[in-house]
Design a protein around this ligand. Structure first.
Ligand code: LMR
Length: 397
């Protein structure tokens, strides 16, 4: 039976890492996947995570199942991080959170929930968006539409185009927004734009859904939630898929959350019962370890402050790399103005390199970046930026 199966294409991001690992060339650079690396090229376990693990190891008494939606302590910690400690939605019990296996697991839960409970609505994603979004929604049988987001000429946001496209959305359609550090462009909405968009979603009765995977990587943990909080203040219903892969560096622990805000506590509780039902038939109940670490750190005043500093350190190093990348591209004589790279937020730079150039970078210089031209700045180091920019100069001629 298996002889008839046709091979699936490699994943554009994780497949690239597999290719990178099997590349025998010594001087290779992986700027494909969004993983933070320090100046030595390592992805260290955060100090606060190690401390939390020591505490958990000593006090853990059981490996029994968690409940379908995970622990309530984790859910509350996630909600406070998203909406603020004193948020009305929390006080009014209009919000519920299901612990999910990573941000992708949370998005998949969301997709199933939308398909089963909201019917044949469209999910609007930005053009461009994270390479996995389309696949996740399509896997749940949802149709996906794209709204303009990026102007290739100005290398900036196309907000007018975004509004134009979303005006054609129909009532109940879902609009997927990146909470901060838009993946792949690194270009985020400003306060006025968030407000304008919230008005549009309200007027047209669209359901906002936030993919929030980089909280803390643009300006700060609190600051980066500004857009989500504007929406929470003005929209009665919304969804959030969030992740702790990046800001807790807990990539392989798969710690994420799917959060729903409803009009009333009762509406939310009813909808949440359906979400639990979906989780039960996909993975039954979530893994405990990563979420226990996050809960402990967020609820401990000292560890929380130390963790915020660790996030700041990661953010600042990436910003430094952005500056150095721009300076070195100029030094190497690469044509063009690259200042836009310093305006982008988060791990990625949408470089404007085309598919042919990306292919040459891999084949001739063993530099791996995603075919859209997205470069993970978080994978750059002082020691490889020179080699990288020389390679870019060679393919840009
Ligand atoms: C990325 O965009 O590189 C990360 O979110 C990792 C992934 O799963 O694609």
């Amino acid at each position: 039976m298996f002889e008839k199966i046709v091979a699936a294409p490699d994943d554009p991001i994780l497949g690239l890492t597999e290719e990178f690992k099997s590349d025998p060339r010594v001087e290779k650079i992986n700027l494909g996947v969004g993983i933070y690396k320090d100046e030595s090229g390592n992805t260290p376990v955060l100090k606060t995570v190690k401390k939390a693990e020591t505490i958990l190891l000593a006090k853990e008494t059981t490996k029994s199942y968690l409940s379908i939606s995970g622990t309530p302590e984790y859910g509350l910690a996630v909600q406070k991080l998203l909406f603020g400690n004193e948020a009305m939605v929390i006080a009014e019990k209009r919000v519920q959170t299901a612990q999910a296996p990573g941000g992708t697991g949370a998005l998949r839960l969301a997709a199933e929930f939308i398909k089963r409970q909201l019917g044949d609505v469209k999910v609007w994603v930005s053009d461009p968006t994270w390479a996995n979004h389309n696949g996740i929604f399509a896997a749940a049988g949802l149709s996906v539409a794209a709204y303009d987001y990026y102007n290739t000429e100005t290398k900036d946001m196309d907000f007018a185009g975004m509004l134009e496209d979303l005006k054609t959305a129909e009532a109940n359609d879902v609009v997927l927004l990146h909470g901060c550090c838009h993946n792949p462009t690194g270009i985020d909405l400003d306060t006025a734009q968030w407000q304008q968009l919230a008005v549009l979603c309200n007027n047209k009765n669209l359901l906002p859904m936030f993919d929030f995977a980089y909280q803390g990587f643009a300006f700060g943990v609190e600051e980066d939630a500004a857009g989500l909080r504007i929406f929470t203040d003005s929209c009665a219903e919304l969804l959030v898929a969030s992740s702790f892969s990046k800001n807790f560096s807990l990539y392989n622990e798969r710690v994420g959350a799917f959060t729903i805000v409803g009009k009333t506590a009762e509406n939310t509780a009813t909808a949440f019962s359906q979400i639990k039902n979906i989780a039960r038939v996909i993975y039954s109940n979530p893994p405990a370890h990563g979420a226990a670490i996050v809960t402990l750190i967020l609820n401990n005043t000292n560890l929380r402050a130390e963790w915020e500093q660790e996030v700041t350190n990661m953010r600042v190093r990436i910003q430094e790399m952005r500056k150095q990348f721009v300076a070195t591209l100029t030094e190497e004589g690469v044509d063009g103005n690259f200042n836009f790279i310093q305006r982008q937020n988060g791990m990625f730079s949408f470089s404007g390199l085309n598919r042919k150039q990306v292919g040459r970078l891999k084949d001739e210089f063993s530099v791996y970046i995603v075919s859209s031209g997205r470069i993970s700045i978080a994978g750059m180091m002082r020691s490889n930026i020179g080699t990288l920019c020389k390679a870019i100069a060679a393919v840009s001629k």
